[in-house]
Design a protein around this ligand. Structure first.
Ligand code: PLP
Length: 380
């Protein structure tokens, strides 16, 4: 079955005993056991719940991985992956990642005796430059907010020679456009709050793995730290996932049109999208993913006031997050990447005039007209 069929039809019949067109939601926290001689599959909903289980099994099929574990947020999923690290370990990550991930590594690791290094360009990483205690490489590709692309195959080849885990955050492209297990990754994490749920009404995360031993550890972390998804939110993910392909194709088509418009506008200094940074990244992106997704960022030149621009938009709401059906705009420097020290923001290029767009499913011509009128009002 192709992915766009699987997302609609992939729920196992055993999760749906009466053949309802949509699966039931099991809200129960606890499950009656037959006797002390044998316990059933479900005991207590923190550990396992049928609705959560239905989503996890569905998502594993969609990812093409052996296991998927839903979590109460993308950050809970990332934290579960980071729980595999021990005192003395070091983590490398690309230097523009989700602000919450950076907040985690820059605040939590120190108290656990774990170190990290935010690397400028992981595509230039050489095996000889990797310290002895590096235990994991965490990659967001394309990255947030500058849409830099990392060659996962190359990193995985280097890392695996040294027994280093490769963890990737695939929130921006989802398995519909990018299947990272094909390129040697060990763990893929998602904020399902974004394109998987797709409607800005459920916070959730997912960890996917192939390896049995890693799966046991992630399952242990979920049950022990308790960062679970509620059955109702698991249901929202099942519902949202069904339209992933139609939503995401439309959002991405809109994005290509908007990029063309912005590139041709004299007010625009730079447009960042997956593969725009260099010829090399363009090639990697084309090899690794089937399209660019629907997050871009832009910089207006100094003849335009970016604050007036952001305020004048009528169809792009000023809000953090992405992946819902509505278009959003935000300023990464103050809204999503405020956990980055100012010097690091400057070094990476998270400037005040860098604005991130999350493109929705609205009509592309309407979105372009809205951008055009707001640019006009922003002229100084
Ligand atoms: C939003 C996001 C996260 C965190 O997910 P939450 O569901 O908000 O906890 C992690 N990574 C990326 C790339 C994100 O966009």
């Amino acid at each position: 079955m192709k992915l766009d069929t699987l997302i609609v039809k992939g729920i196992e019949a055993k999760h749906n005993p009466f053949g309802a067109v949509v699966p039931p939601v099991y809200l129960a926290t606890t499950f009656v056991q037959e006797g002390l001689d044998g316990f059933g599959e479900f005991a207590y909903s923190r550990g396992a719940n049928p609705t959560k289980q239905a989503f996890d099994e569905l998502f594993a099929k969609v990812e093409g991985s052996k296991y998927a574990f839903s979590f109460g947020s993308g950050m809970a999923a990332t934290a579960a992956a980071f729980s595999l690290l021990k005192t003395g370990d070091k983590v490398l990550l690309n230097n523009n990642v989700y602000g919450g991930t950076f907040r985690y590594v820059s605040n939590v690791f120190a108290s656990q005796g774990i170190s990290y290094e935010a690397v400028d360009d992981l595509n230039l990483l050489e095996e000889k430059d990797i310290a002895e205690n590096v235990r994991a490489i965490f990659i967001e590709t394309p990255s947030n907010p500058l849409l830099r692309v990392t060659d996962i195959r190359r990193i995985a080849d280097i890392a695996h020679k040294r027994g280093i885990l490769v963890i990737a955050d695939n929130t921006f492209l989802t398995p519909y456009y990018q299947k990272l297990f094909d390129f040697g990754v060990d763990i893929v994490v998602y904020s399902a709050t974004k394109y998987i749920g797709g409607h800005a009404d459920a916070i959730a995360g997912i960890v996917t793995v192939n390896d049995d031993a890693l799966a046991e550890k992630i399952k242990f972390a979920r049950n022990t730290f308790g960062g679970i998804i509620s059955p109702m939110d698991a249901y929202y993910l099942i519902r949202g996932l069904k339209t992933l392909s139609v939503r995401f194709d439309r959002q991405t088509q809109n994005t290509h049109k908007i990029i063309e418009f912005l590139k041709s506008h004299e007010a625009v200094d730079a447009v960042h999208y997956a593969g725009s940074y260099s010829q090399l990244e363009k090639q990697i992106q084309a090899r690794q993913a089937s399209d660019i997704g629907a997050v871009i960022s832009l910089e207006l030149n100094e003849k335009y006031d970016y604050k007036i621009f952001a305020k004048s938009l009528e169809l792009f709401d000023l809000a953090v997050s992405l992946g819902g059906v509505e278009s959003l705009i935000c300023q990464p420097a103050s809204m999503t990447h405020e956990s980055y020290p100012k010097e690091l923001q400057d070094k990476i290029g998270i400037k005040p005039n860098l604005l991130r767009l999350a493109i929705g499913v609205e009509n592309a011509d309407d979105l372009i007209a809205d951008l055009a009128q707001a640019i006009k009002k922003a002229k100084i």
